[in-house]
Design a protein around this ligand. Structure first.
Ligand code: UT7
Length: 324
């Protein structure tokens, strides 16, 4: 099958220096390391410094992805930045990153799908590359969730962290379906669930940024089913399976959700990339952060079939299958 395929050229990530441990949190709210580890698998998270914004984290991840790809910033003609915590209501954080990289051509925009943001951004960039309008895309997931947490609410403040990850994909003409690149993606949303995970502010309602609110048990209840549905869709569309994938890189929200999803799909535990213990839930940044760890430590190699999935506020959820 000939056509344009989006091939991964590089990946990079960045975590703010400051680490907040579960023990640190137990000094602020009524919680314990035991509870957090047992219920979520999280041991620590990184928190952006004062004056360190989402664009700063995104820029550092982008620079590392460019270096990994061996590309200059001027090679990029599309930036899609997934975030629910932009620097400002507008302009898009993507144009700040574009300007800081010195890119003056092509297009840059933000995409909002909360924790599913990276999968949605990757699918969006892929669709643009396939039109032939753009050649090389920088796809970023970057968040400073620490800025929208209610630090008095133990039900949410222990779960999230800050960080950024970036991937560079390039449009390549291919003649067969077996080559490297993004093979398929499946995106879903169902706004009937929008009040189960939301922020209680916004420019058009309160005029404030607001704080994250979540019915954790409700989100948990839906997560595994939604995640596995879009993965089954990816397998059905491609003929791939739990056996043929080399790596499963899920959104890192909760270890129990990841384990239950992998188990339901029959994905062997040793194929699952886990970073939630060290990063917490970094929303749109979690997948590229986890992927970067697994690429840099040598687990993910050229030719490997890599399965991504995410689920989050909206609800939104999606999967992507990549031949690395
Ligand atoms: O990325 C976006 C998607 N988000 C998610 O995937 C999050 C999905 N939800 C979850 O991960 C889980 O629901 C949580 C980790 C948020 C909560 O775990 P849970 O097993 O569903 O606990 P729960 O909400 O049912 O709460 C159990 C108990 C409650 O006490 P009672 O009512 O049984 O007395 C909570 O008040 O745990 C209490 N609790 C805590 N205790 C200590 C809630 N938060 C904490 C805490 N420390 N931080």
């Amino acid at each position: 099958m000939s056509g344009i395929r989006s091939v991964v050229r590089g990946i990079g990530s960045y975590l703010p220096e400051r680490i907040l441990s579960n023990a640190d949190l137990a000094c602020r709210v009524e919680t314990s390391d035991d509870w957090i580890v047992q219920r979520t698998g999280i041991r620590q998270r990184h928190i952006a410094a004062e004056g360190e914004y989402t664009s700063h984290l995104a820029l550092k991840a982008a620079e590392r992805a460019l270096a990994d790809a061996g590309f200059a910033a001027r090679d990029i003609d599309l930036i899609v930045l997934a975030t629910a915590t932009p620097d400002q209501t507008f302009p898009a954080t993507a144009v700040t990153v574009q300007a800081e990289l010195g890119i003056t051509r092509g297009a840059a925009f933000d995409l909002q799908a909360v924790c599913s943001g990276f999968v949605f951004a990757l699918a969006t960039a892929d669709a643009h590359l396939k039109t032939g309008a753009f050649q090389r895309a920088l796809v970023i997931g970057a968040e400073t969730f620490s800025r929208i947490l209610d630090w008095e609410d133990r039900g949410t403040c222990v779960l999230f962290g800050d960080g950024a990850g970036a991937m560079i994909i390039e449009a390549v003409q291919v003649d067969d379906a077996k080559g490297a690149g993004l093979i398929t993606h499946h995106l879903r949303s169902d706004g009937r669930h929008r009040s189960k995970l939301y922020v209680d502010g916004g420019p058009s309602t309160t005029g404030t940024a607001g704080h994250l609110r979540m019915e954790g048990r409700e989100v948990f209840k839906h997560a595994v089913g939604m995640i596995t549905d879009v993965i089954v869709d990816a397998f059905a569309a491609t003929g791939e399976s739990a056996d043929s994938i080399a790596w499963f890189v899920p959104h890192q929200a909760n270890r129990r959700i990841i384990d239950a999803s992998a188990q339901k799909l029959g994905i062997a535990p040793e194929k699952v990339v886990i970073t939630v213990d060290l990063h917490g839930n970094t929303s749109a940044a979690s997948i590229p952060l986890a992927l970067d760890v697994a690429v840099k430590d040598g687990r993910v190699k050229r030719g490997d079939l890599v399965l991504l999935e995410a689920m989050g506020g909206g609800f939104t959820w999606g999967s992507a299958l990549i031949r690395w």
